[in-house]
Design a protein around this ligand. Sequence first.
Ligand SMILES: [Zn+2]
Length: 85
Amino acid sequence: MTDGNETGRRLEIGERAACPSCGRRSVVPVVFGMPAGDLMEAGRRGDVVIGGCVILPGLDPTVACTRCGWSDAPAGPVDAEADQA
Ligand SMILES: [Zn+2]
C-alpha cells in the first residue's frame, strides 16, 4: 500500500510523466536549493529542473516541463497588471 501522507515530493530522477500542457514526456522533478555535482549535471541533461535559490511563497512546483516551461505550481499571487484590457 502506498502512504498517502507523502506530498508527492519524492519523484525519482529519471521518471518522466507526460506534460499536461504540451503532451511531451518532458516532465521532470524540480529541485530547489544549491545544486551541486551530480544534481547540476542532471540539470544540464534535462533530468531535473533546477529551481534556483529563489523560492517564491505559494509558488512551489514539484515538477516542470523542460519543453514548454509548464510547472505544477499552484496558481499563486497574480500580478495586478490585468487592469489594461
Ligand atoms: Zn510541456
